[in-house]
Design a protein around this ligand. Sequence first.
Ligand code: GLN
Length: 305
Amino acid sequence: MEELLDKLLEECRGYTGQGRVATYIPELAKANPRDLGISVLNSDGRHYQSGDWHKRFTIQSVVKPILLLQALMDNGEEYVHARVGVEATGKPFDAINVTDQMLRSDHLNPMVNMGAIAMCTLIRGSSYEERFQRVLELTRRLAGDPDIYVDEAVYCSEKRTGSKNRALAYLLQSCGMITDDVEEVLDCYFKACSISVNCRDLASIAFVLASRGRLPQTEERVFPSQYARYVNAVLMTCGMYDGSGDFAVNVGVPAKSGVGGGIMAVVPTRMGIGIYAPALDAKGNSLAGIQVLKGLSEKLYLSIF
Ligand code: GLN
Protein backbone atom coordinates (compact mmCIF):
# COMPACT_ATOMS: atom_id res chain seq x y z
CA MET A 1 0.00 0.00 0.00
CA GLU A 2 2.75 2.47 0.90
CA GLU A 3 4.37 1.88 -2.52
CA LEU A 4 1.08 2.60 -4.23
CA LEU A 5 0.69 5.85 -2.27
CA ASP A 6 4.26 6.95 -3.11
CA LYS A 7 3.65 6.27 -6.78
CA LEU A 8 0.31 8.10 -6.84
CA LEU A 9 1.79 11.16 -5.15
CA GLU A 10 4.64 11.18 -7.63
CA GLU A 11 2.19 11.02 -10.53
CA CYS A 12 -0.03 13.77 -9.11
CA ARG A 13 2.65 16.16 -7.87
CA GLY A 14 2.45 18.16 -11.10
CA TYR A 15 -1.17 19.08 -10.31
CA THR A 16 -0.08 21.10 -7.28
CA GLY A 17 1.22 23.71 -9.74
CA GLN A 18 -2.23 24.13 -11.26
CA GLY A 19 -4.03 25.27 -8.12
CA ARG A 20 -3.83 28.30 -5.84
CA VAL A 21 -3.73 28.49 -2.06
CA ALA A 22 -6.63 30.34 -0.42
CA THR A 23 -5.84 34.00 0.28
CA TYR A 24 -9.20 35.35 1.48
CA ILE A 25 -8.14 34.30 4.97
CA PRO A 26 -4.72 36.06 4.89
CA GLU A 27 -2.99 33.53 7.16
CA LEU A 28 -3.80 30.67 4.75
CA ALA A 29 -1.80 32.39 2.00
CA LYS A 30 1.37 31.31 3.83
CA ALA A 31 0.85 27.64 2.92
CA ASN A 32 3.29 26.01 0.50
CA PRO A 33 1.31 25.23 -2.69
CA ARG A 34 3.68 22.35 -3.48
CA ASP A 35 2.84 20.35 -0.37
CA LEU A 36 1.15 17.02 -0.97
CA GLY A 37 0.50 14.29 1.58
CA ILE A 38 -1.79 11.35 2.26
CA SER A 39 -2.62 9.03 5.12
CA VAL A 40 -4.85 5.95 4.91
CA LEU A 41 -6.22 4.06 7.88
CA ASN A 42 -7.12 0.66 6.54
CA SER A 43 -9.53 -1.92 7.96
CA ASP A 44 -6.46 -4.02 8.92
CA GLY A 45 -5.95 -1.34 11.61
CA ARG A 46 -2.79 0.06 10.03
CA HIS A 47 -1.95 3.59 8.93
CA TYR A 48 -0.24 3.93 5.56
CA GLN A 49 1.17 7.31 4.65
CA SER A 50 3.24 9.19 2.11
CA GLY A 51 4.56 12.68 1.33
CA ASP A 52 3.73 15.60 3.62
CA TRP A 53 1.25 13.59 5.69
CA HIS A 54 2.72 14.89 8.98
CA LYS A 55 2.39 18.62 8.12
CA ARG A 56 -0.23 20.50 10.08
CA PHE A 57 -2.94 22.63 8.50
CA THR A 58 -6.27 24.01 9.65
CA ILE A 59 -9.26 21.72 9.32
CA GLN A 60 -11.52 24.47 7.89
CA SER A 61 -14.69 23.00 6.38
CA VAL A 62 -13.68 19.44 7.18
CA VAL A 63 -14.98 20.33 10.66
CA LYS A 64 -18.52 20.65 9.25
CA PRO A 65 -19.30 16.91 9.51
CA ILE A 66 -18.01 17.05 13.10
CA LEU A 67 -20.32 20.00 13.91
CA LEU A 68 -23.16 17.99 12.37
CA LEU A 69 -22.24 14.89 14.38
CA GLN A 70 -22.12 16.84 17.62
CA ALA A 71 -25.51 18.42 16.88
CA LEU A 72 -26.97 14.98 16.08
CA MET A 73 -25.51 13.48 19.25
CA ASP A 74 -26.96 16.35 21.29
CA ASN A 75 -30.44 16.52 19.76
CA GLY A 76 -31.19 13.52 17.55
CA GLU A 77 -31.90 13.38 13.85
CA GLU A 78 -35.42 14.82 13.73
CA TYR A 79 -34.58 17.98 15.64
CA VAL A 80 -31.47 18.73 13.59
CA HIS A 81 -33.11 17.95 10.26
CA ALA A 82 -36.03 20.26 11.03
CA ARG A 83 -33.61 23.17 11.50
CA VAL A 84 -30.95 22.54 8.87
CA GLY A 85 -32.00 20.53 5.81
CA VAL A 86 -29.88 18.21 3.70
CA GLU A 87 -30.70 19.09 0.08
CA ALA A 88 -27.57 19.35 -2.04
CA THR A 89 -27.11 23.02 -2.85
CA GLY A 90 -24.94 22.70 -5.96
CA LYS A 91 -23.53 26.03 -4.79
CA PRO A 92 -20.15 27.32 -3.57
CA PHE A 93 -19.26 27.01 0.12
CA ASP A 94 -20.01 30.64 0.96
CA ALA A 95 -23.21 30.90 -1.09
CA ILE A 96 -26.10 33.01 0.12
CA ASN A 97 -28.71 30.32 -0.19
CA VAL A 98 -31.77 32.45 -0.56
CA THR A 99 -33.36 34.22 -3.49
CA ASP A 100 -36.45 36.33 -3.14
CA GLN A 101 -38.32 34.07 -0.77
CA MET A 102 -37.91 33.80 3.00
CA LEU A 103 -35.02 31.59 4.10
CA ARG A 104 -36.22 28.17 5.23
CA SER A 105 -34.44 25.27 6.91
CA ASP A 106 -34.51 23.25 3.69
CA HIS A 107 -32.45 25.97 1.98
CA LEU A 108 -29.63 25.19 4.40
CA ASN A 109 -27.14 22.34 4.23
CA PRO A 110 -24.73 21.49 7.07
CA MET A 111 -21.79 21.24 4.59
CA VAL A 112 -22.19 24.82 3.36
CA ASN A 113 -21.18 27.78 5.55
CA MET A 114 -24.64 29.10 6.27
CA GLY A 115 -25.89 25.71 7.46
CA ALA A 116 -22.69 25.07 9.41
CA ILE A 117 -22.99 28.41 11.22
CA ALA A 118 -26.60 27.52 12.08
CA MET A 119 -25.34 24.12 13.25
CA CYS A 120 -23.24 25.82 15.97
CA THR A 121 -26.47 27.04 17.59
CA LEU A 122 -27.72 23.43 17.89
CA ILE A 123 -24.71 22.21 19.87
CA ARG A 124 -25.26 22.02 23.63
CA GLY A 125 -23.31 24.19 26.06
CA SER A 126 -23.93 27.00 28.54
CA SER A 127 -21.71 29.31 26.47
CA TYR A 128 -20.38 29.28 22.93
CA GLU A 129 -16.90 28.67 24.35
CA GLU A 130 -18.23 25.52 26.00
CA ARG A 131 -19.90 24.44 22.76
CA PHE A 132 -16.61 24.91 20.92
CA GLN A 133 -14.72 22.94 23.60
CA ARG A 134 -17.13 20.06 23.12
CA VAL A 135 -16.49 20.13 19.35
CA LEU A 136 -12.73 20.17 20.01
CA GLU A 137 -13.08 17.22 22.42
CA LEU A 138 -15.10 15.25 19.87
CA THR A 139 -12.47 16.00 17.19
CA ARG A 140 -9.70 14.75 19.51
CA ARG A 141 -11.66 11.61 20.32
CA LEU A 142 -12.46 10.77 16.69
CA ALA A 143 -8.85 11.42 15.67
CA GLY A 144 -7.47 9.53 18.67
CA ASP A 145 -5.20 12.49 19.40
CA PRO A 146 -5.73 14.32 22.71
CA ASP A 147 -3.23 17.03 21.73
CA ILE A 148 -5.15 18.54 18.81
CA TYR A 149 -5.23 22.32 19.30
CA VAL A 150 -6.46 25.55 17.68
CA ASP A 151 -4.18 27.50 15.35
CA GLU A 152 -4.58 30.92 16.97
CA ALA A 153 -3.06 32.84 14.03
CA VAL A 154 -5.57 31.40 11.54
CA TYR A 155 -8.44 31.90 14.01
CA CYS A 156 -7.56 35.59 14.52
CA SER A 157 -7.01 36.04 10.78
CA GLU A 158 -10.45 34.70 9.90
CA LYS A 159 -12.18 36.51 12.76
CA ARG A 160 -10.67 39.79 11.53
CA THR A 161 -11.55 39.32 7.88
CA GLY A 162 -14.66 37.11 7.84
CA SER A 163 -17.20 39.66 6.64
CA LYS A 164 -18.93 37.24 4.25
CA ASN A 165 -19.54 34.77 7.08
CA ARG A 166 -20.76 37.68 9.22
CA ALA A 167 -23.22 38.60 6.47
CA LEU A 168 -24.45 35.00 6.32
CA ALA A 169 -24.88 34.86 10.09
CA TYR A 170 -26.80 38.15 10.24
CA LEU A 171 -29.04 36.91 7.44
CA LEU A 172 -29.76 33.84 9.57
CA GLN A 173 -30.54 36.14 12.49
CA SER A 174 -32.88 38.28 10.38
CA CYS A 175 -34.87 35.15 9.52
CA GLY A 176 -35.06 34.06 13.15
CA MET A 177 -32.66 31.16 12.65
CA ILE A 178 -30.09 32.60 15.05
CA THR A 179 -31.47 34.01 18.28
CA ASP A 180 -28.19 34.06 20.22
CA ASP A 181 -25.44 36.68 19.94
CA VAL A 182 -24.19 36.51 16.34
CA GLU A 183 -20.56 37.27 17.20
CA GLU A 184 -20.48 34.47 19.76
CA VAL A 185 -21.93 31.99 17.27
CA LEU A 186 -19.35 33.07 14.68
CA ASP A 187 -16.56 32.81 17.21
CA CYS A 188 -17.46 29.15 17.77
CA TYR A 189 -17.53 28.58 13.98
CA PHE A 190 -14.21 30.37 13.32
CA LYS A 191 -12.46 28.50 16.13
CA ALA A 192 -13.81 25.17 14.90
CA CYS A 193 -12.48 25.93 11.39
CA SER A 194 -9.06 26.74 12.91
CA ILE A 195 -8.48 23.37 14.56
CA SER A 196 -5.02 22.21 13.51
CA VAL A 197 -4.75 18.67 12.10
CA ASN A 198 -2.62 16.51 9.82
CA CYS A 199 -3.51 13.83 7.25
CA ARG A 200 -3.33 11.08 9.86
CA ASP A 201 -5.94 12.85 12.02
CA LEU A 202 -8.31 13.18 9.04
CA ALA A 203 -7.80 9.53 8.11
CA SER A 204 -8.68 8.48 11.67
CA ILE A 205 -11.79 10.68 11.79
CA ALA A 206 -12.90 9.35 8.38
CA PHE A 207 -12.34 5.80 9.60
CA VAL A 208 -14.86 6.26 12.43
CA LEU A 209 -17.44 7.38 9.87
CA ALA A 210 -16.48 4.44 7.64
CA SER A 211 -16.97 2.00 10.52
CA ARG A 212 -20.32 3.55 11.42
CA GLY A 213 -19.35 5.16 14.68
CA ARG A 214 -16.75 2.83 16.17
CA LEU A 215 -13.20 3.84 17.09
CA PRO A 216 -10.46 1.92 15.22
CA GLN A 217 -8.46 0.34 18.06
CA THR A 218 -10.97 -0.30 20.80
CA GLU A 219 -14.11 -0.56 18.64
CA GLU A 220 -15.74 1.63 21.27
CA ARG A 221 -18.89 3.26 19.90
CA VAL A 222 -18.77 7.09 19.76
CA PHE A 223 -22.10 7.63 18.03
CA PRO A 224 -25.01 5.48 16.78
CA SER A 225 -24.61 3.99 13.31
CA GLN A 226 -27.60 5.90 11.94
CA TYR A 227 -25.67 9.17 12.41
CA ALA A 228 -22.86 7.81 10.22
CA ARG A 229 -25.46 7.01 7.57
CA TYR A 230 -26.80 10.58 7.89
CA VAL A 231 -23.41 12.31 7.76
CA ASN A 232 -21.99 10.12 4.97
CA ALA A 233 -25.07 10.73 2.82
CA VAL A 234 -24.73 14.50 3.23
CA LEU A 235 -21.00 14.27 2.47
CA MET A 236 -21.73 12.29 -0.69
CA THR A 237 -24.21 14.84 -2.02
CA CYS A 238 -22.66 18.10 -0.82
CA GLY A 239 -19.24 17.52 0.76
CA MET A 240 -17.35 18.91 -2.24
CA TYR A 241 -19.84 21.78 -2.78
CA ASP A 242 -20.55 22.44 -6.46
CA GLY A 243 -17.91 19.85 -7.29
CA SER A 244 -19.83 17.03 -5.58
CA GLY A 245 -21.31 15.56 -8.77
CA ASP A 246 -17.96 15.31 -10.55
CA PHE A 247 -16.39 13.90 -7.41
CA ALA A 248 -19.15 11.27 -7.13
CA VAL A 249 -18.47 10.18 -10.71
CA ASN A 250 -14.66 10.28 -10.51
CA VAL A 251 -14.01 9.07 -6.95
CA GLY A 252 -17.36 7.82 -5.68
CA VAL A 253 -17.04 8.01 -1.90
CA PRO A 254 -18.36 10.44 0.75
CA ALA A 255 -15.78 13.18 1.32
CA LYS A 256 -15.30 16.66 2.73
CA SER A 257 -12.89 19.33 1.59
CA GLY A 258 -11.62 22.47 3.32
CA VAL A 259 -9.93 25.63 2.04
CA GLY A 260 -6.91 24.76 4.19
CA GLY A 261 -6.19 22.08 1.57
CA GLY A 262 -7.48 19.06 3.47
CA ILE A 263 -9.80 16.37 2.16
CA MET A 264 -11.27 13.66 4.34
CA ALA A 265 -12.65 10.68 2.41
CA VAL A 266 -14.79 7.92 3.88
CA VAL A 267 -14.76 4.49 2.25
CA PRO A 268 -17.61 2.72 4.07
CA THR A 269 -16.44 -0.41 5.95
CA ARG A 270 -12.98 -0.24 4.31
CA MET A 271 -10.90 2.82 5.11
CA GLY A 272 -10.50 6.43 6.17
CA ILE A 273 -8.35 8.72 4.02
CA GLY A 274 -6.78 12.09 4.85
CA ILE A 275 -5.18 14.27 2.16
CA TYR A 276 -3.31 17.56 2.30
CA ALA A 277 -2.54 19.68 -0.76
CA PRO A 278 -3.30 23.37 -0.18
CA ALA A 279 -3.36 24.50 -3.83
CA LEU A 280 -7.09 24.68 -4.59
CA ASP A 281 -9.23 24.56 -7.72
CA ALA A 282 -11.77 27.27 -8.61
CA LYS A 283 -14.37 25.65 -6.33
CA GLY A 284 -12.14 25.75 -3.28
CA ASN A 285 -11.30 22.02 -3.30
CA SER A 286 -7.75 20.66 -3.15
CA LEU A 287 -6.84 20.22 -6.83
CA ALA A 288 -4.06 17.65 -6.52
CA GLY A 289 -5.92 16.02 -3.61
CA ILE A 290 -8.86 15.14 -5.87
CA GLN A 291 -6.48 13.68 -8.45
CA VAL A 292 -4.80 11.50 -5.83
CA LEU A 293 -8.20 10.25 -4.66
CA LYS A 294 -9.27 9.57 -8.24
CA GLY A 295 -6.15 7.47 -8.80
CA LEU A 296 -6.56 5.62 -5.52
CA SER A 297 -10.23 4.93 -6.21
CA GLU A 298 -9.41 3.49 -9.64
CA LYS A 299 -6.58 1.31 -8.30
CA LEU A 300 -8.45 -0.05 -5.27
CA TYR A 301 -12.01 0.01 -6.65
CA LEU A 302 -13.19 2.34 -3.93
CA SER A 303 -16.26 3.81 -5.62
CA ILE A 304 -19.46 2.77 -3.88
CA PHE A 305 -21.35 2.93 -7.19
N1 GLN B 1 -13.41 28.92 7.47
C1 GLN B 1 -13.77 28.87 6.09
C2 GLN B 1 -14.88 29.84 5.80
O1 GLN B 1 -15.81 29.85 6.51
C3 GLN B 1 -14.18 27.49 5.70
C4 GLN B 1 -14.55 27.38 4.23
C5 GLN B 1 -14.04 26.13 3.58
O2 GLN B 1 -13.15 25.44 4.08
N2 GLN B 1 -14.53 25.86 2.41
O3 GLN B 1 -14.85 30.60 4.87
